[in-house]
Write a protein that binds this ligand. Structure first.
Ligand code: IVH
Length: 677
């Protein structure tokens, strides 16, 4: 049995043994991807090593795996000069461009036949590692290619980066590769950040770059970064080919691209490219393409480089707009007008730089046309960088027991009211006036920026207030002032945020009549229609009393809009709501004194630059009240461009088109001159 006072040599032996074991398991885990022990057992080895080194500080070495937990905070990152510049790659997107590359290579080699190596293009951050006599001494970012930042302390925490090469070398060895993050790690870190109310990152590359810039290596250690090597330079070995270099890197203990192919012509390259275009979704990390390199280093040297890119390699980039995601569920969403829409609930998946977890399925027929089933692997697409849509199903990946989906015939809210699909309509509707979902959407719309713009009353607050029974109608918003104690008992609410909300509510009472009209959320009454209505029926009373004929006699008000207004105004609940909003002090008449006129009829104004004499909305309203139009873009038809301070491209365009440009003062003079009201 050992005594407590074992001579340090025992500790030294044990430390060496622990380091050997940890290194062995690191390699199995990070390089060979076949771990033999559990995370827990691994942690136990590491804990023991850290404890022994603490007790015997003289035995601590810089290459000890214990050093991965991160050292002291860094002040600033020193700039380092790369001994060999770090180049970037020219991008290609088509077979044609790959053929062009191949032709240039063959020309450059004057008839000699090249052999190519294809490997995955990791979407991460390039890193240059320097080893001296086998020990990691420096890690630097690419920077501008000539000089980068010294991030050694941070990179030391990355388990996949050997602190000591697993191969005897003398002198300097430079290894380059990509620091990246697994999708799973990225999603988890974002989930945690979201839960803490902190900012989330768009994609693993941004998070990786942000992590490497951290000043606290301990924080970096917690982020679980990965590394893959793709380049080596050393005097201490006879380097002949890129493929041989990859093998050497693996022997030294570096992870390398799990997929490589040696190709002798464009056809073979294209096979690899299309194979990985499909399979890239199965990878646990993001790639943005494939790198194609001339294999023989002698040929690489012969080809050299142009500007900042080598002539011996190119990147082939994949379209990032499609991804596959598991369909976890199909839920229903209720809009403020009662339309019930099916929504795809997806396993959070990265698509063109953002994490997608939901996508609209439009309507019942859409789901049936694709025969979407819960559990399916679906294709999600982003068109023009907007809302993602589900565009197909991967038939081979359908789980055996997946059942066809059928539209539930009840509202998803807790009242479970029956929903119906009118003849000829693709949509289902919930007609329950007390549906809490509709209420939520109605309130969200009412308080939104373009409607009543109530500061402090966002989606989260609305949800809380509905749940707490503080909001059962729009008018309740204006009674929140009587329920301050209850609000302060809710999570996240403090006197300061409450005051902001109350001020916001008070201020909303000054919004003009047309905004009130829009905010009510009457079907088909958008911002534009609300303006027309407010101009043609100067008050709520007039609008409530309007007949179908009266309504449709207004230019731009068609049948559907008129019907919708009549239906809305004839509902008892709605009339009552309007009365209580009137009592609360909302504007129910077009502002006095700005009686509509036609003096700007047929004219179009564009406001550009920073307006200092009035807000943009005031200016636009002034034009509209005079029968004119305010537009966001300049064309030959524009009557005047009103240029505020530091106006830019619109001003230039106006000048180019010969559109008259006036100042804010000239505009004010126009609207206040005699006879203008
Ligand atoms: S080779 C001179 N191989 O892509 C050639 N680069 O646009 C140096 N990258 O800065 C790069 N995976 O950060 C190479 N297998 C791979 C790569 C790869 C990702 C990155 C690297 C480089 C950028 C070039």
């Amino acid at each position: 049995m050992k005594s407590l006072f074992d001579p340090p040599s025992d500790a030294a032996d044990r430390i060496l043994e622990l380091r050997r074991q940890i290194l062995h398991h690191d390699r199995l885990y990070y390089v060979e991807a076949r771990p033999e022990i559990s995370d827990r057992d691994y942690d136990a080895l590491l804990d023991e090593l850290i404890r022994l080194e603490k007790e015997n500080p003289e035995l601590l070495t810089p290459d000890s795996p214990s050093q991965r937990v991160g050292g002291e905070p860094i002040g600033t990152f020193e700039t380092v000069t790369h001994s060999v510049p770090m180049l970037s790659l020219a991008n290609t997107y088509s077979r044609q461009e790959v053929e062009d590359f191949d032709r240039r290579v063959r020309q450059g080699l004057e008839g000699a036949t090249p052999s190519y190596v294809c490997e995955l293009k990791y979407d991460g951050v390039a890193m240059s590692l320097t080893y001296r006599d086998g020990l990691l001494v420096q890690a630097a970012t690419r920077g501008d290619g000539q000089t980068g930042d010294d991030v050694t302390a941070n990179v030391r925490t990355i388990h996949a980066v050997p602190l000591r090469l697993d191969h005897p070398t003398i002198g300097t060895v430079t290894v380059r590769g990509e620091v990246y993050m697994l999708n799973e790690t990225f999603l988890e870190i974002n989930r945690q950040a979201e839960a803490r109310g902190e900012k989330t990152y768009a994609n693993p590359r941004n998070l990786t770059a942000g992590t490497l810039k951290q000043k606290d290596p301990k924080a970096v250690a917690r982020r679980r970064l990965e590394f893959v090597a793709y380049w080596i330079d050393t005097q201490d070995a006879d380097l002949r080919s890129h493929s041989g270099n990859l093998e050497l890197l693996a022997t030294m203990g570096f992870p390398i691209s799990p997929a490589t192919a040696t190709c002798s012509n464009v056809d073979e390259i294209m096979v690899f490219l299309s194979e990985w275009d499909e399979r890239r979704f199965d990878l646990p990390f993001q790639i943005d393409g494939v790198v194609i390199k001339v294999d023989a280093l002698r040929q690489q040297a012969e080809l050299g480089s142009v500007a900042r890119s080598p002539r011996w390699a190119i990147a082939y980039k994949y379209e990032a707009r499609k991804a596959q995601a598991r369909l976890l569920d199909i839920t229903l969403q209720v809009g403020r007008t009662g339309v019930v829409t099916p929504v795809a609930e997806l396993q959070p998946t990265l698509l063109a730089g953002s994490t997608i977890s939901r996508a609209t399925l439009h309507n019942e027929d859409f789901v049936h046309e694709l025969d979407l089933r819960i559990g399916d692997m679906v294709v999600i697409e982003k068109g023009g960088d907007v809302i993602p849509k589900v565009s197909g199903v991967v038939a081979e990946l359908r789980p055996q027991q997946a059942q066809p989906w059928s539209m539930p015939h009840v509202c998803p809210c807790d009242r479970h009211s029956h929903i119906h699909r009118p003849d000829g309509s693709a949509q289902w509707f919930c007609n329950d006036g007390k549906c809490p979902w509709q209420l939520r959407r109605t309130l969200e719309h009412f308080a939104s920026r373009d409607a009543m713009d109530i500061d402090g009353l966002g989606e989260k607050a609305i949800e809380q207030f509905i749940e707490a029974g503080l909001l059962t109608s729009i008018a309740d918003i204006y009674r929140l002032g009587d329920r301050q104690d209850e609000i302060l008992r809710l999570e996240r609410w403090a006197p300061k945020s409450l005051q902001r909300l109350l001020d916001g509510i008070e201020e909303s009472k000054t919004r003009p009549f047309e905004r009130v009209l829009f905010a009510l959320g009457i079907r088909f009454v958008g911002e534009g229609v609300a303006k027309i209505l407010a101009r043609s029926f100067a008050s709520m009373d007039a609008l409530q009393g309007a007949t179908r004929e009266h309504l449709t006699s207004v230019n731009e008000i068609g049948h559907a809009i008129a019907e919708s207004i009549i239906a809305y105004m004839s509902e008892e609940d709605n009339r009552e709501q309007i009365s209580s909003l009137r009592r609360c002090g909302l504007q129910m008449e077009s502002a006095a004194g700005v009686v509509t006129s036609n003096e700007m009829a047929g004219m179009t104004f564009v406001f550009t630059g920073e307006l200092t004499r009035m807000t943009r909305r005031q200016a636009e309203e002034a034009v509209e009240q005079r029968g004119g139009k305010a537009s966001g873009s300049v064309s030959k038809k524009t009557s005047f461009v009103v240029a505020g301070e530091s106006a830019g491209s619109k001003l230039e365009k106006a000048r180019a088109l010969g559109v008259p440009v006036i100042s804010q003062e000239e505009f004010l003079a126009m609207i206040t001159s005699p006879g203008s009201s």
